[in-house]
Structure formats: C-alpha cells, structure tokens
Ligand binder design. Structure first.
Ligand SMILES: Nc1ncnc2c1ncn2[C@@H]1O[C@H](COP(=O)(O)OP(=O)(O)OP(=O)(O)O)[C@@H](O)[C@H]1O
Length: 490
C-alpha cells in the first residue's frame, strides 16, 4: 500500500492517463482495464516518496477499486479526498528498469511550448523552453517524452519535453505544412541581382559617392604602437555583407537556418568547458545587423590592448596598392589560389566586391591564436557554423541595437557606411532597417549567441565586451560536446 499526502491529479486525455501534478502520470490498459503508473516525474512528490514507480499497477485509491475505470474517474476518486492522506493499493512492477543515467545537458535549438502542443500527454507536466536554453536531461527512458530541468534554475521537479526524434518529427511536419515561401538566403548576388539591388537602393539615396569607394579604403586602417589593425578595410566590410559561408546546408533551398535547423537536431548536446590557461584562446566572433557598431566595438577592443587582441588578416584577389604589404592589410592572392582555398574549405567566410574576392581564412585566425593572442573577428551569420569548431571554439557575441529612441539619441554624431555611401549621417530609416535586420537575425540564430550585448552607450558597451571576452577565456561556459569529445555527433 502506498501513501501519498496532498496529491493533486489532472487529466491527460490522449493517452488515457492522468497527471499527479507533483509526481506521476497514470494510464489505462485498454484491453484489461487495469490502471498503471505511466511515469514518475523526477524530483516530484511520488519520486521523493520512493513509493510509486513507472509500471506499478494501481488497484485501489482510498479503498475504491479502480480497475476498469477511465483515468478521469480515477481523478475524481482522488479529488474527492483533496486533503489529508490518499491511500493507494499498488501491485509493484516486478522488473524495475535500471537507470544508468549520466549527466546529460542539451542546448535547445528551437522554441517549445507544451501549452501549444496538442500531442503532449499532459501540458501541465511539460516545460517550455526557448532557443539557446540549456536543459538538464534527467530521464530518457521514454522514446517520445524525456524529463528535463531548465538551467540555471532551481526547479526541484523535472518536466516533460519532446525527445529529439519526436521534436524532429514535429519540425518536419510543421515545415511541410507551411505554404511555400521563397527563402531568404545569403548568397553572392549575381550581376543582375546586384544591378537590381543597386537600383532599388538608388531610389532611396540622396547622394552617391563612388569616388570614396574607388579611391581609398582606409577607414580604421590605423597603426597603434606599431600594430596594424587588419580586417577593417571598407571593401572587406562591404563584401562581408554579401558573404558566403563555406558551410552550405544540404537543404535544397539552401536556406541557412530555418529549414536547416528543422532538418537537423533540435537539441545540441553541450558540456561545461573551461579553457586551460595553456590552451589557445577561444576565437571571439562578433556579429550584428549592419551599422549597429560591430566594427567600432571590435576596433576599440583591439585598441585597448593590441598586444592581447588582434584581428585576422583577410585574403583578397585585388592588386596591392603601393603602400600595402602582403600579410598586413591583406594577404594578396591570385584568383586561382583563392578559388583553391574556397574549394578546400579554407575560408570562414568569403565574398565578392567590385569583381575582387575577399575572405577570412581559418589559417589567418589560427595564426593569431597560435601567437597566444585573442583573435577577434566580425562575421556574418552565415559563418557561424564555420567558426563553431573544435579548433576555434568560437565565442559568439551578438551586438543588438537598443530601442529606436535610444538609437536616435546615441547615434546623433555617428556615420553609417552603406553599399553606396561613405560616412553619411544616420537616417531614421537606417535605424528601422537595423531593427528589422536584428529581428531576422535573432529569430534565426539566437541559439548560437554566447553573449548578447545591447550597444547603447558606447563606453558601457566596450566595458561589457571586454568583460564578456575575459569570461569566455577564463570562466566555464557551455560548449557543444562535440568540441570536447570529437566522437559526439555535432
Ligand atoms: N554605441 C554607439 N553610440 C554611438 N555611435 C556608435 C555606437 N556604436 C557604433 N557607433 C557608430 O555607428 C557607426 C556605425 O558603426 P560601425 O561602423 O561599427 O557599424 P558596423 O556594425 O560595423 O556596420 P557594418 O558591418 O555595416 O560596417 C560608426 O560611426 C560608429 O562609430
């Protein structure tokens, strides 16, 4: 006889089972009419009592035989005694499964809400999560519904979440149920696209400043304490906006994230990782919508301590100018050599601008990391997959715009460089575009951001970035398990 005090049941209609709110679900065998404990929720009342186990047969509740009853009738019997002691007569399961559960942590790559899932056995027993949340998986015995706790948190009691296979199935079903929509993909624009794009933007432009593009591209090419700041040149920055990543998803639409993530795992196994002081630093990859301040923050970080922070020198196929040195502003490379590097997946990202190719190579980032410095690069979202590797262990900082009114206030004396203008004052529509781009980026890539920095006051943002970078190098962080145990599937 099991004895649970203050128990509270809810209904789980689909599986003909009911939920003991602080402890267990029950179900009915449709052939024999017998009532069984379907699962015991980790950390709940039933689990802590040690008296009920999945598979136990419930014969009586408070003296009433329950065989043949519908689960909801069993609830009524329990609810009839909402206070005091509730008595169960139970035939324990003879062979209790042995749980050799080791600690398992998963990062959610998608959002989930049990309240919106018509298939969950009991919505009240489920937990909701958002992309990027880390979940401690405490029970995987059921093929469809796992039990998990959300971290960091003080959830004493676990909740139900869909298993990887179930969630993949849901995502696939959802994806196929959507009407066809042309996907937004970041690809190098074809010449025709480029012209159309140019015309579209020209309509909104007030003044074109071709000369500024053609003449020099020396914004930020400053020289501090004999250290050259590489990777800030205008052509490189403009081409990055049209950049390819080297990792193309196999999805037929080649959409970088939405369908990609739908067809890949909805959870990513993660482990706690702290860099050993002897190990190379983690790559710092900064991204954000155009104009939000990625270059400004990266430049200021490097300028704070150029002996510690350094950018990666990009490659280009454009001819060097008189004052330029290969390996300083750029690695000047033939088109053939560049194509060869593309073919061999040697670029984190690359793109074309005015007929020349530009790219940031893995080797270039490795070169900085091997010199025991912290390599700080900016990337487009397409390159996220390329930098999240066992070798580079990228720490991804997302720079988010503050609310519109703060953008207006803080950017009064700032200048934007667009595809067709160099250093023109911000307009309201730039802020609107920034917000829209931020929303898109967040909806597709939030799960990959290790740190989100709202770039409001510039000084505060610099301090925040420095603190985040220090933490990335010196404090434990969740990273994909595949980085630490390369045999684990990414
Ligand atoms: N917090 C801030 N307050 C005021 N001005 C800022 C702030 N952050 C950046 N800026 C200014 O905004 C302008 C655009 O910033 P920046 O060039 O860094 O953009 P970006 O994100 O690198 O964009 P892109 O990738 O398109 O080059 C610059 O003039 C920069 O000095």
């Amino acid at each position: 006889m099991s004895n649970l005090s203050g128990a509270n049941y809810r209904q789980e209609e689909r599986l003909k089972s009911d939920f003991l709110q602080q402890g267990a679900t029950i179900k009915r065998n449709e052939i024999t009419g017998e009532i069984f404990v379907a699962r015991v929720i980790h950390g709940g009342l039933a689990d802590r009592s040690g008296l009920l186990h999945a598979g136990d047969r419930i014969v009586e509740v408070n003296g009433f035989p329950v065989d043949g009853m519908e689960p909801e009738q069993v609830i009524q019997v329990v609810q009839a005694r909402s206070h005091g002691t509730i008595m169960f007569k139970v035939i324990p399961i003879t062979e209790r499964p042995v749980h050799n559960q080791t600690m398992l942590y998963m990062r959610a790559m998608t959002d989930y809400s049990p309240q919106q899932d018509p298939n969950i056995p009991c919505a009240d027993a489920g937990i909701s999560f958002k992309k990027g949340d880390v979940l401690e998986i405490v029970d995987q015995t059921d093929a469809l519904w796992w039990q998990a706790k959300k971290l960091p948190g003080s959830m004493a009691c676990a909740g139900l979440i869909p298993s990887t296979n179930l969630l993949k199935r849901k995502q696939r079903e959802f994806w196929w149920s959507q009407p066809y929509q042309p996907h937004f993909c970041m690809q190098t624009l074809s010449t025709v696209d480029e012209e159309e794009d140019m015309m579209a933007i020209d309509d909104r432009c007030v003044e074109a400043d071709e000369e500024a593009f053609e003449s020099e591209e020396d914004d930020y090419s400053s020289n501090i304490e004999g250290v050259y700041l590489a990777g800030f040149r205008r052509s490189m920055r403009l081409c990055r906006r049209r950049a390819h990543s080297t990792t193309h998803p196999s999805c037929p639409t080649r959409c970088p994230s939405s369908c990609y993530s739908a067809l890949n795992s909805p959870y990513e196994e993660v482990v706690r990782y702290q860099r050993h002081p002897e190990d190379s630093h983690r790559l710092i990859a900064i991204l954000g919508p155009s104009g939000v301040g990625v270059s400004e923050l990266r430049r200021r970080l490097i300028e704070m301590n150029p002996n510690l922070f350094q950018g990666a020198v990009p490659h280009t196929t454009r001819a060097p100018r008189g004052y330029e040195e290969s390996g300083r502003e750029y690695y000047f490379t033939s088109r053939e050599a560049f194509d060869n590097m593309v073919y061999n997946n040697r670029f984190l990202e690359y793109g074309e601008y005015k007929g020349n190719l530009y790219g940031t190579s893995i080797e270039s980032a490795r070169h900085v990391l091997n010199s025991r410095k912290i390599c700080v690069i900016d990337i487009e979202p397409n390159a996220i997959q390329a930098v999240r590797t066992h070798e580079l262990k990228a720490y991804i900082v997302y720079v988010k715009p503050p609310p519109l009114e703060r953008l207006r206030e803080t950017r009064q004396d700032s200048y934007i460089t667009t595809d067709y203008y160099v250093n023109r004052p911000f307009k309201d529509e730039d802020f609107q575009d920034m917000e829209d781009a931020a929303r898109k980026m967040e909806s597709q890539y939030w799960q990959f951001f290790d740190h989100v920095l709202i770039n409001d006051e510039l000084q505060d943002s610099c301090v925040q970035l420095l603190t985040a970078v220090r933490r990335a190098q010196d404090e434990p962080q969740w990273v994909p398990a595949s980085w630490i145990r390369p045999t684990v599937e990414p």
